[in-house]
Design a protein around this ligand. Structure first.
Ligand code: NAP
Length: 244
């Protein structure tokens, strides 16, 4: 018997990076996984690595009609949902003085509004003992130069979990935040560059940059009954970066 046998999961941003590694881990642990993201080609490439226990729906977390289509598909095909990993996220380096309304909007639309409506629209589908995983970041508790808007969006996500843990009292559904530190992914390479990411990883107490699979292992823990006494928490996979 595997840890996620019989579970249905949705992973937003599941076509690449941490989301894809988590999909691979969830499927290996017995789950049926839905990937959600905007680029069909990334979803197709991801599905090719996942075998028969995965499906994809293309769309944006910032678009409520796309989210409705995702949840209607899952309801029709699986009847309910056990694990929601709200992992889709975006960010860019913009220093104070150069922040524009568009930069603010693009970041908060995905990281905050996207997270809020992904979770709210999933709720009617969530089964008892369900697990909701939000995606924070070490930057949510640290100051990072030129990264204030992204960091503030992740701080907002962290607080959503504190309040939602209370809103979810009595439902059996748990909500926690998974906060990665420097992890080698497409987003990280785009924002800071691969070499800078590797250097940042070297400064952590663990001494190396994170691999998506290392974050996926923590996502599987939060998705499973092994974390049954956790809600409202934040779990860091950051090599100790934000812990010292
Ligand atoms: N890598 C790190 O060092 C690090 C550190 C802390 C936190 N995080 C967080 O970890 C999460 C995953 O990021 P990653 O590092 O794995 O980077 P990634 O590979 O670029 O993954 C981000 C995913 O989000 C999807 N996405 C972006 N905007 C979306 C939207 N509007 N609707 C639906 N999907 C959307 C992207 O797919 P499409 O573009 O195809 O939609 C992509 O698959 C993010 O929330 C990020 O903030 C990462």
């Amino acid at each position: 018997m595997k840890r996620l046998d019989g579970k249905t999961a949705i992973i937003t941003g599941g076509g690449t990076g941490i989301g894809l590694a988590s999909a691979q881990r969830f499927v290996a642990e017995g789950a049926f996984v839905y990937l959600f993201g905007r680029r069909q080609e990334k979803l197709d490439a991801a599905l090719a690595t996942l075998g028969g226990n995965a499906r994809a729906v293309a769309g944006s977390v910032a678009d409520n009609d796309d989210l409705d289509r995702l949840f209607a598909t899952v309801k029709a095909e699986r009847g309910g949902l056990d694990i929601l990993f709200a992992n889709a996220g975006t960010g860019a380096l913009v220093p104070l003085g150069e922040i524009t309304p568009d930069h603010y909007q693009a970041t908060f639309d995905v990281n905050v509004k996207g997270t809020i409506f992904t979770v709210q629209k999933a709720l009617p589908l969530m089964r008892r003992d369900g697990s909701i995983i939000l995606t924070g970041s070490t930057t949510g508790v640290m100051g990072t130069p030129a990264f204030s808007i992204y960091s503030a969006s992740k701080a907002a996500v962290r607080n959503l979990a504190r309040s939602w843990a209370q809103d979810l009292r009595g439902t059996g559904v748990r909500v926690n935040v998974l906060s990665p530190g420097p992890t080698l992914t497409e987003l990280a390479a785009e924002v800071v560059g691969r070499d800078a990411m590797i250097e940042m990883g070297a400064t952590t107490p663990i001494g190396h940059v994170g691999e998506p699979s290392e974050v996926a292992a923590a996502a599987a823990f939060l998705g499973s009954a092994d974390s049954s006494f956790m809600t409202g928490s934040e779990l860091f996979t950051d090599g100790g970066l934000a812990q010292i």
